[in-house]
Design a protein. Sequence first.
Length: 184
Amino acid sequence: MLLTLAVKLSNSMYKFSLIAIFVAVMLFSCVNREPESALEDVELINRSNLNSFLEKIWNEKDLSAIDSFFSDSLTRQVNSVNLASNKNELTANLQVYFTGFPDLKIKIDNMASEGQQVYISWTLTGTNTGVFGELQPTGKKIKISGISRTDFNEAGKIIHEEVFYNELSLLQQMGHTLNPPILE
């Protein structure tokens, strides 16, 4: 009698386990995974666009490509200072770097994305053989690291770029010094 009861319980538990597995499989197969994969597609496209932007504009210094990467309503901030709110200002801002460091190259160290935003840490290298802003060339090599957050619109164009790097380190590598203030 105990053996019969154990067999019945075993069969019931086996049936219950099968039903539970079947229900779980049905529930998970009904979950709509499209938004996640669509989001992943958007992130991949934006990452690719950022890579192309850095290669074409920063490394090749092709400022004519700005239209293909940037929205008409763009903003660019460097170290929390608004430097560009349109493509002409952006072009002028980038040209300052390209004039000061004709051999400038940027390399992505790390990249992460979330939705329409792409985050990178980068390293920039170059030699100061041209006028940089108002500073005369020093012939010094520079290597600075920084981070950027880039926001994209639905069309995959950049609408906002926020860049952070140590400007003091850049100037010191160029051979400039920081003098203490004169106190009266």
